[in-house]
Design a protein around this ligand. Structure first.
Ligand code: ACO
Ligand SMILES: O=CC(=O)O
Ligand code: MG
Length: 567
């Protein structure tokens, strides 16, 4: 079907779904659902529209600045510390004290805002559950709106789920994890809600609807007077943190709650942002509750930032771990920065997940997780992420054994030694081989991930590892980089140069392998062919697409009255 931007039929704008009651200037093109209507109330949408109107020019400017920075990096510049903000880096200031409710964040579970998983995560024994509208969620209208319904029920404490097939009813335990919510990044539009004729900014929809409905019960039942709490993804510069700070202040004013009630942890997961950690904390100093090592997007961002630097090619994805010098430097400097400013320095996600049908492989995976967590706690991190409830006991054990009863290490692990970390340390080229296996695995994983994403799953188990939008991005940009620069392979493919022709053959062979692994029936019913087309185009594009999900988003937008149905 011939479609315009976001799949909206080109022949004309159809009328607003009459069933949603919308404020002036807001056009809701998402499917009507009685449950969704309780979230998409006129007043809640009015709040989202106010945020959009107040901040759209700032967001547009910040995204323009990203483009400008990209242009500079593409012309050979390297990211680095900004001399203009040296006074912030060298100044003696601290963030507002950590709210007591979240002083102890030793282990945090993450997961999409899917109903059963929300309950399982809150019951998992982790201190925090990061409910994800971002890397782990395919942002279809259904997923986003159901996610909002689920979180509202979770904050109210009434969430239940009846798994009829297994005759099992899920409900919350007496003790649950504290909820943090991660909205989408600044770059993603919400193509079902138009404000003044333009798609809304995705993260303002996620934030605005969640905040509007939950701030009061959250502060009463979870935050002990503080909150709600957030994780903020994919920022590249402190000017983006400043926008969030202003959004928070605007929200606090609307709700009539004290300034500094809302708290957020910023993911440092872009290469430019590592040079802005003090500046980001400074902008958010009244609303901050730390930084987190978003290691997967960070690796993706290393490739993206250096897309025009053929001297900085990545080795196989599996070799770019936290012990590579640039990754270790990033984590050490993050700890030093956070603790100097009085807030949490959170670790990141190990990609291993439990392997049910192979006890030896399961133990080996658990051992890798333990090793990763031991490295983090010894380095001074105050807590870490787990992707699966089955990993919580191992993570808790490592952190408890090494931190005892202390809620965090903010005062005890100052890491002043990390003050000497330089720009060169943070940019050092990762070492390792580039192999045909690496190219094949990237291709197999990338295509299967996109296929899952197109059918509504934003995080999936593939080859015993957790894959989400961030890990899939690494597969995509690494393939792109190797093709673009005709990388000469090591190992089995020794001497072979990666080219579009070689990649085409690899895609064909890996598609056949995927079909045999998932079975003919699932392959036929799934969206593997569409995924292959998207992934292949992106890996061979003359210029690198900024995000895999921006292009793929067109396939999952379904506007009503009925636009093209892809899901
Ligand atoms: C780079 C980053 O951004 S990391 C953060 C974003 N990524 C994520 O959050 C990934 C979260 N994890 C997941 O989505 C899942 O664990 C996956 C997709 C990796 C694996 O999923 P599955 O193979 O379906 O897990 P599995 O079948 O072992 O699940 C067993 C049980 O644990 C539950 N479970 C698994 N992971 C989670 C989770 N993260 N949160 C809550 N419950 C979970 C399942 O719902 C299931 O529950 P049930 O027994 O009551 O039915
Ligand atoms: O969001 C986390 C990451 O590693 O990316
Ligand atoms: Mg990420």
């Amino acid at each position: 079907m011939n479609t315009g931007t976001y799949g909206y039929p080109k022949q004309g704008v159809k009328k607003i779904d009459p069933s949603y009651d919308v404020p002036e200037g807001v056009d809701n093109r998402g499917r009507y659902d009685e449950e969704f209507a309780k979230i998409l109330t006129k007043d809640a949408l009015k709040f989202v529209a106010e945020l959009q109107r107040e901040f759209r020019s700032h967001i547009r400017y910040a995204l323009e600045c990203r483009k400008e920075a990209k242009r500079r990096y593409n012309e050979g510049a390297l990211p680095g510390f900004d001399p203009a903000t040296r006074y912030i880096r060298e100044g003696e200031w601290v963030c507002a004290p950590v709210p007591p409710a979240v002083a102890d964040r030793k282990v945090e579970i993450t997961g999409p805002v899917e109903r059963k998983m929300v309950i399982n995560a809150l019951n998992s024994g982790a201190k925090v559950f990061m409910a994800d509208f971002e890397d782990a969620l395919s942002p279809s209208w259904e997923n986003l709106m159901r996610g909002q319904v689920n979180l509202k029920d979770a904050v109210a404490g009434t969430i239940t789920f009846n798994d009829k097939a297994r005759n099992k009813v899920y409900k919350l335990n007496d003790q649950t994890a504290k909820l943090f919510v991660r909205p989408r990044g600044w770059h993603l539009p919400e193509a079902h809600i138009f404000i003044d004729g333009e798609p809304a900014t995705g993260c303002l929809v996620d934030f605005g609807l969640y905040f509007y409905h939950n701030h009061a019960p959250f502060r009463q039942t979870q935050g002990a007077g503080f909150g709600p709490f957030f994780y903020l993804p994919k920022m590249e510069h402190s000017r983006e943190a400043k926008i969030w700070n202003n959004v928070f202040e605007r929200a606090e004013k609307m709700a009539g709650i004290e300034r500094g009630s809302i708290r957020a942890t910023v993911l440092i997961e872009t290469l430019p942002a590592v040079f802005q950690m003090n500046e980001i904390l400074y902008e958010l100093r009244d609303h901050s509750v730390g930084l987190n090592c978003g290691r997967w997007d960070y690796i993706f961002s290393y490739v993206k930032t250096f897309q025009a630097h053929p001297d900085r090619l990545l080795p196989d994805r599996v070799l770019v771990g936290m012990t590579q010098h640039f990754m270790k430097s990033y984590s050490d400097l993050l700890i030093r920065t956070c603790h100097r400013r009085g807030v949490h320095a959170m670790g990141g996600m190990a990609a291993q997940i439990p392997i049910r049908d192979d006890p030896a492989a399961n133990e080996a995976a658990l051992e890798l997780v333990r090793k990763d967590k031991l490295r983090e706690v010894k380095a001074g991190h105050d807590g870490t992420w787990a992707a699966h409830p089955g990993l919580i006991p191992a993570c808790v054990e490592v952190f408890n054994n090494n931190m005892g009863n202390a809620p965090n290490q903010i005062k005890d692990a100052k890491r002043d030694d990390a003050a000497s970390i330089t720009e060169e340390d943070l940019l050092q080229i990762p070492r390792g081989v580039r192999t045909m296996d690496g190219l094949r695995l990237n291709t197999r994983v990338g295509i299967q991930y996109v296929a899952a994403w197109l059918t509504g799953s934003g995080s999936v188990p593939l080859y015993n590892l957790m894959e989400d939008a961030a890990t899939a991005e690494i597969s995509r940009v690494q393939n792109w980089q190797w093709i673009k620069y005709g990388v000469e392979l090591d190992g089995d493919g020794l001497g072979v140069r990666v080219s579009k022709e070689l990649f085409s053959r690899v895609v064909e062979e890996e598609m056949a392998r995927i079909e045999s692994e998932v079975g003919k029936d699932k392959f036929k019913k799934g969206m593997y062919k569409e995924a292959c087309k998207i992934f292949k185009r992106q890996c061979t594009a003359p210029t690198l697409d900024d995000f895999l999900t921006l292009d793929a988003y067109n396939y999952i937008v379904i506007q009503h009255p009925k636009g093209p149905a892809k899901l």
